[in-house]
Every structure is written in structure tokens, then in C-alpha cells.
Ligand binder design. Sequence first.
Ligand SMILES: C[S@@+](CC[C@H](N)C(=O)[O-])C[C@H]1O[C@@H](n2cnc3c(N)ncnc32)[C@H](O)[C@@H]1O
Length: 288
Amino acid sequence: MSGFSAEWLALREPFDHAARSMALMEGFVAALRRDTVDRPVTIMDLGAGTGSALRSLAPLIDGDQQWILVDDTLGDEALSALATWAADHDWTTATSDGTQIIARPEGRIFVRLFSADLADLAALPLDETDGVVTSALLDLVSAEWISSLGIRICAAQLPFLAQLSVDGRTEFTPTHPADALVHKAFAEDQNRDKGFGPGLGAGAVEETQKCLRSLGYHVSSAQSDWSIAATDSAFMDALLDGLCQPASANPLTAADAETWLLERRKLVEARRLTTVIGHVDILALPQR
Ligand SMILES: C[S@@+](CC[C@H](N)C(=O)[O-])C[C@H]1O[C@@H](n2cnc3c(N)ncnc32)[C@H](O)[C@@H]1O
């Protein structure tokens, strides 16, 4: 949970897919600009990881489509995960001029990697793009970064879908006396600078909506919570480790955090712990 390893992203993907708002995804797809004649409809994914957003959205789009996956580390892992996804569906994969091409019966998916530091928004080729998505990224960024992104998206009048931003709700059943301590340390850690200025953490949801509304966009949102069942032990264990990490790293709270983790793990082993982690999806559309 603390890093962006391909293993962690693979563990969370089924929960992300179950959580993403279908209504907002359909709204985004319907709003994609399709009047460009020299290329297929093109979507840019900011902080694409291994391409999870593509795997959830691409099947909703008929005809050819192109994806620009922006990430500073996971490009190779994305191509590999997409090739596996294609093979699982009996779709063929080829590569031409550095572009991965997945052939579905409904149309081809052209995948281009754009390896870049997202802190530098000016470098993004938004003029080659018909819509922008991001998922599980906004809690890392600052209000200033959201404002700069909003201005660029608005200048190009692009639809924007921001999925799976944490909203600060962590609900364990049963509760534990140290839940609040662990949660507080985690929330404080989210406010550290992750390379984009002071991190917004759960505040990103409100900041993003406010920013895009102020730019004249029509903004809607939907909850996209993770519901983690008592039987989802591998994911639950990884989640507990990540949640506990900031409290464990602080000498003042380390002992309580250790006890919390041990007692939480025992409940996972007994298949008696369930969790809801609150997320919000945001769809922002230019008023046309
Ligand atoms: C929590 S992961 C989400 C990945 C993917 N969007 C998903 O939903 O599975 C955040 C992603 O942002 C990328 N990332 C974080 N900071 C970045 C930066 N400064 N520039 C480019 N990518 C960055 C990470 O490499 C990681 O793949």
C-alpha cells in the first residue's frame, strides 16, 4: 500500500474494478471527442500504473482507440499486464513503432507509453488527446498541481475522469481501540510532499471538484468504495501493512501500532475482519 509495485497494483485491481462507477465511466466515454480524422479517439491516463483504467474503460469503447499511458516507472509492467489481459480474452497483441496494438473484434487498442514525471504538466501532449483519466493518483498531489492540471484540461476542453480518490473513510468491523491512531498517522503521512507539493490526501476530492467547477466544468461524483470481505485475506494483509506503516515508523506510536497489526492479523486469519475504504470517482465535463 505504501509503494506502487506491480504486485500491489495487481492485488488491488479486482477491488478497483468492482468499485469504479460504471455510470461515470459511461458518461466519460459518451463525452469523448470523436471528430479527429487523423487518429483514433485518444485517452491519456495520468499515473497509469500497469494499465488498470484501460482494462476497465476500453471495453466500453467501440471502434479503434488509442491510449497514452503516462507513468515514470511502470511502463514495461503495463505492456506485460496488457498482453496478459489480451491473451486472457483471446485477442492478439502486436508491436509496431513502439506502439502495442491489441486487436479486439470491436476495434484495435493502440497503447503508447509516455514515460515522464507528472510534476511537469507542461510536457504532456494534451493536444493529441480527446479525454484524460487518472485513478488512485490525486491523493498524492497538491492543490497547486490540481489547479495547473485543471487549467490545461479546460484550455483543451477535454472530459476528465478521476477515479478511486480516497475520501478518508476507513471502517473496520469489528473496530479496535487503536484504529483512530493508525488512521490519523496515515492521514498525516498523506500530506507529505510526494513530488507535487504538499499532498492533499483525502482533501483531493473536494479540491478537484471545486477547481473544475470554478473553470466552468460540469462536475458529478459517485462513491467507489472498496468493500473487503473477511475471505479476502491476501489483500487485507497488504492493506493492513500499508495503513500501519506511518504509525509504526513513529517511535511515539510504534508499540500501539504493532499491537494493532498483530491483533488485526489474527482476525484476518480467523476470517472475521471486514473493511470499507471510502473512495470517490469524479467526472468533469466541459459545458458544450
Ligand atoms: C496508486 S498508483 C495507481 C496506478 C493506476 N492508476 C491504477 O489505478 O492502478 C499511482 C501511480 O502513479 C505513478 N506516479 C506517482 N508519482 C508519479 C510521478 N511524479 N510521475 C509519473 N508517475 C507517477 C506511480 O508510478 C503509480 O503507477
